[in-house]
Ligand binder design. Structure first.
Ligand SMILES: [Zn+2]
Length: 328
């Protein structure tokens, strides 16, 4: 039987169970913590808090989270190993790069035709994460991530997108793209990935659920991709009631097989600095791992989405995404 790599090693796909397809454990810059974090970052307390939160969502019936925290968001696999050892939840981790505009200097001078004329180093690095493991930990990435936030991708962002696509072609690993709902950058993702020969059924258009434009969403889904209805609780981008209405409309039109669910939540995000604990519950009270189980699924059922359609979105689509090989 096919399996998927998690922080604790391979897990049979059939045992993934209910899966949240886009959650972070921490979004945390190492440089930020090392230089300005002494007031607000307590490693032991935050790790314990994360374990408690992950165990709590597991008790609610979620078996797996898919964590696209790559370079740019603070990937730290040794810390994830500590956490994964103390929760039954499966955690699937990623390779890739999260930037909106500027390529990191660490890749700017290395690559085909550059100062150091070598094969694309991002493909080398991402592929190693998938085939050998990340940073000597033995933990393997099971999917790839990049970001398309601006209406027109910068040359650096486009280079990252194509490096991710080529890594997919080499390794078969599926892809999640951070896209902008307002700028409808899912279209750009589909164009670039198609040009590179990516199997579009292995692509999640992340944050598609920030949009309620059914023409945009069905146009994407009709090309084979999965729509990431994955920011429940981030009401400032799109309130829960609107997200529920959009999913219901899509499910009614036969698109349950093209949607996955999540919150894009985390246990701590250093973008809020020391104000995190004060600001977050006040401004984003539902932005946590249990909002879908507690509130969204009952609302979907109430709106007419069937339990079978929920199982498709939460269990079957994630399994298909991580199943090696072509379209099922
Ligand atoms: Zn995210």
């Amino acid at each position: 039987m096919a399996s998927v790599e998690t922080v604790r090693g391979p897990v049979e796909l059939e045992s993934l169970g209910q899966t949240l397809m886009h959650e972070h454990v921490f979004v945390l810059s190492t440089e930020h913590v090392q230089n300005y974090g002494s007031d607000w970052w307590d490693e032991e307390a935050r790790v314990a808090d994360a374990i408690a939160k992950l165990n709590s969502v597991h008790e609610k019936g979620i078996s797996t989270i898919v964590d696209p925290t790559v370079w740019g968001l603070g990937r730290d696999i040794p810390r994830m190993q500590r956490i994964a050892a103390q929760t039954p939840l499966n955690i699937i981790v990623a390779a890739g790069l999260y930037v909106y505009e500027e390529l990191p200097h660490q890749y700017a001078y290395r690559g085909p035709g550059l100062l150091l004329d070598v094969p694309e180093p991002m493909v080398t690095d991402f592929s190693r994460d998938i085939t050998e493991g990340i940073a000597g930990t033995g933990v393997k990435a099971a999917f790839l991530k990049f970001a398309l936030e601006t209406p027109e991708p910068s040359p650096g962002v486009e280079r990252i997108a194509r490096a991710v696509a080529r890594t997919h072609v080499e390794t078969g690993a599926p892809i999640t793209v951070h896209t902008s709902g307002p700028h409808q950058t899912g279209r750009i993702a589909v164009r670039i990935l198609r040009e590179e020969g990516v199997d579009l059924t292995k692509v999640v258009i992340g944050h598609a659920g920030d949009s309620n434009d059914l023409d945009y969403l069905t146009e994407l889904a009709d090309q084979g991709v999965l729509l990431g209805m994955d920011r429940f609780g981030l009401d400032l981008f799109n309130p829960t009631a609107e997200r529920v209405k959009t999913i219901t409309a899509l499910a009614t039109r036969g698109y349950a097989g093209h949607m996955v669910l999540a919150h894009d939540a985390n246990c701590f995000i250093d973008w809020l600095g020391g104000a995190h604990d004060a600001v977050r519950p006040a401004v984003m009270p539902n932005w946590h791992y249990e909002h879908i189980t507690d509130d969204v699924l009952p609302a979907l059922l109430e709106a007419g989405v069937t339990q079978a359609q929920i199982d498709t979105m939460m269990i079957e689509n994630p399994v298909r995404y991580f199943t090696p090989g072509g379209a099922a």
